[in-house]
Ligand binder design. Sequence first.
Ligand code: F6R
Length: 241
Amino acid sequence: MNIVKVKNYDEMSNKACQVLVDRMNKVNNPVLGLATGSTPEGLYKELIKTSRKGDVSFKHTTTFNLDEYIGLSKSNANSYHYYMKNHLFQYIDVNMDNVHVPKGDVLDIKKECQEYEKSIRSHGNIDLQILGLGANGHIGFNEPGTSFNSRTHIVDLAESTRQANARFFDSYNDVPEQAITMGIETILESKEIIVLVSGNKKAEALSRLVNGKISEDFPASVLKEHIHVTVIADEAALSAM
Ligand code: F6R
């Protein structure tokens, strides 16, 4: 696991954008794995700027998002479909037919999980996956205790995750209790992974990721088994090392 140390959130976002654009320009039909949450917002702003300058095009890019809440429709402002449209997709030249976010509002969620897996495979797996880090070590919505062999599946969200995400909702009770997420094994099949970590709220988690042992109690720890992972972390996130 390679660790890139940067000063602050803006530098982290810039660095991530540079790496992503570099990789996108090296393959013909890049397949990106994308995350939501606060951490990648700066990266998406940088990507929009870069694409406006003409330095990158998403015309031949396919994207797969990590996760989605169960029960929220695409038009719900708290859904990850909405987040992605609002923070990235509406500003770039991506073909919306090539954009994939798990559907959390279909009747047969299990079938949706299987189809999501099939779709990722049929694209030859993800070239570059962007991850944020949950304070409890979750990646995607794979909470502590999730099997390292998991594929795309339904999860019961941990109370701490619902509390952490309540800031986006009117109240804690409005945060869905379940989500659909790429599994840990699915994530590990990505050819390259970038983990973005910013702020002192993530400092303990980052220290555990770097210094702790590999255990299903701390899902992100599995990333140490992957051959091509880069963590881009700012000073505040690195403060507990
Ligand atoms: C989001 C996701 C989550 C977040 C994590 C950190 O798609 O999969 O694992 O990356 O919860 O969230 P933020 O960035 O809001 O601190």
